[in-house]
Design a protein around this ligand. Structure first.
Ligand SMILES: O=C(O)CCC(=O)C(=O)O
Ligand SMILES: [Fe+2]
Length: 339
C-alpha cells in the first residue's frame, strides 16, 4: 500500500477535515490498522486507516463524514483511549497533499535502453568539462532572447513559438563556429543509419533557471526532419516521454497546458530518463515522431532514490535539420503534414 497523500498540517489551526493525523498510534506500538479502525469507528464510518509516514507510529484515519472526525478529535486528542490500550493519542486534522514536486511516481532511467522507446539514445560525457565551459562562455557572449520563463538563442533559422515552426525563407546563416566540433561528433553517433545525410542546420539554445522546464510537445513534424540532438550542459534535469493514445493526444499548445500536470495518466504511457550535464540525447524514429517530450518544472528530481538538485541553470543545445517539404513519417496520427 502506498502512503496516502494526507499529511500533518503545518500550523496548529488547520481547517476541519474528514481526515485525522493521529500520532502515537500504529503498528510499531502494537496497534494494527484494523484495531485502530475499530476504535475510531465509535465516532462514525471509517473509510480507511493508512500509515502517515514510514515510522509506524503515525497514521491517517479517514472518515466518510467530517463531523465524525470532529467528534473523534474532541474526545480522543490528548486523552488515554481505553480501546487502544490506554494510549494517549495526539490528533490533528490532516490536509490533502498535492502530488509531490519531486516524486514523479515513474522510475527514472539512467540509460536510454531501459526506456524501451524505439529511437531514443543517450551518450554520457559527449563533451568534456572544458568543452562545456567553452560552449557556455560562447553563448553567454552572444545575445539571449528572454521568454516568459527561460532564455533562448536561435541559429541557422529562428524557431517561432507561436506557430511552432520555422520560416525557411529566412536563413540566419551558418551555425556558429563554436559548435563545429559537436556537429562533426554527432556523425559518429552509433545509431545513425545514414550519417552522410545528417546536415544539421538549426540550433536552439535554451537556458532554464531552476524550477523551469518545458511543456510536453512533439517537435513539429513539418518543421524539422527525423533526427533531434540535444546536448545538456551546466545542470541536470529529467525528461519525461509520453505517448498518447491516438485521438487523445493534445494537438495544439493550448490543450497541452491541460495535460501538462495531468494526474490522469490513463491516456498515455510515461517513461522518464535522467539527463546529466555533458550528455547528448538523440530522438529519432518513433521517439521523435510519436512521443511527446517534457521537462517537468522541478527544482529537485528524484533519481533512483537520490534527490538531485537542478543547479543554478541548465543550458541545452538542440540541433535539428529544417524540413523543406511535407513530413512523410510512418506516424500519420501524430503528423501535422498528414492530418
Ligand atoms: O532542453 C532540451 O533538452 C529540449 C529542448 C526541446 O525539446 C526543444 O527545444 O524542442
Ligand atoms: Fe523539443
Amino acid at each position: 500500500m502506498g502512503l496516502p497523500r494526507f499529511t500533518r498540517p503545518k500550523g496548529v489551526s488547520a481547517e476541519s477535515s474528514p481526515n485525522l493525523y493521529v500520532a502515537n498510534c500504529g503498528p510499531a506500538v502494537g496497534l494494527s490498522f484494523d484495531t485502530i479502525a475499530s476504535a475510531f469507528s465509535t465516532f462514525g464510518e471509517v473509510k480507511g486507516v493508512y500509515a502517515a509516514d514510514e515510522s509506524g507510529t503515525r497514521v491517517i484515519v479517514s472518515y466518510s463524514e467530517e463531523s465524525s472526525a470532529q467528534t473523534a478529535l474532541k474526545v480522543l486528542d490528548g486523552h488515554p483511549c481505553p480501546e487502544l490500550g490506554g494510549r494517549c493519542l495526539h490528533i490533528r486534522y490532516s490536509v490533502f497533499q498535492p502530488p509531490s514536486q519531486v516524486d514523479n511516481l515513474v522510475p527514472v532511467s539512467l540509460e536510454a535502453s531501459e526506456l524501451n522507446i524505439p529511437g531514443v539514445y543517450l551518450l554520457h560525457d559527449f563533451v568534456t568539462a572544458k568543452e562545456e565551459e567553452e560552449l557556455l562562455a560562447a553563448v553567454d557572449g552572444r545575445p539571449w532572447r528572454s521568454l516568459a520563463k527561460r532564455r533562448v538563442q536561435h541559429y541557422g533559422y529562428e524557431f517561432c513559438y507561436e506557430t511552432r515552426n520555422v520560416n525557411t525563407k529566412r536563413h540566419l546563416g551558418e551555425l556558429p563556429p563554436f559548435v563545429s566540433s559537436i556537429l562533426e561528433r554527432v556523425l559518429l553517433f552509433p545509431n545513425l543509419d545514414d550519417a552522410a545525410n545528417v546536415v544539421l542546420d538549426q540550433l536552439t539554445v535554451n537556458e532554464y533557471p531552476p524550477g523551469v522546464g518545458l511543456s510536453p510537445h512533439v517537435d513539429t513534424h513539418s518543421a524539422f526532419e527525423g533526427l533531434i540532438f540535444s546536448l545538456s550542459l551546466a545542470g541536470p534535469c529529467i525528461m519525461e516521454f509520453r505517448k498518447y493514445s491516438e485521438g487523445v493526444w493534445p494537438s495544439n499548445p493550448a490543450s497541452e497546458k491541460n495535460v501538462e500536470n495531468s494526474e490522469n495518466s490513463s491516456n498515455f504511457s510515461r517513461k522518464v530518463i535522467y539527463l546529466p550535464p555533458r550528455s547528448m540525447l538523440l530522438l529519432s524514429g518513433e521517439a521523435r515522431y510519436a512521443w511527446h517530450h517534457y521537462i517537468p518544472h522541478h527544482k529537485v528530481d528524484k533519481v533512483k532514490d537520490i534527490l538531485v538538485r537542478r543547479g543554478s541553470r541548465r543550458v541545452s543545445f538542440t540541433f535539428r535539420k529544417v524540413r523543406t517539404g511535407p513530413c512523410q513519417c510512418e506516424f500519420p496520427p501524430y503528423c501535422d503534414s498528414q492530418i
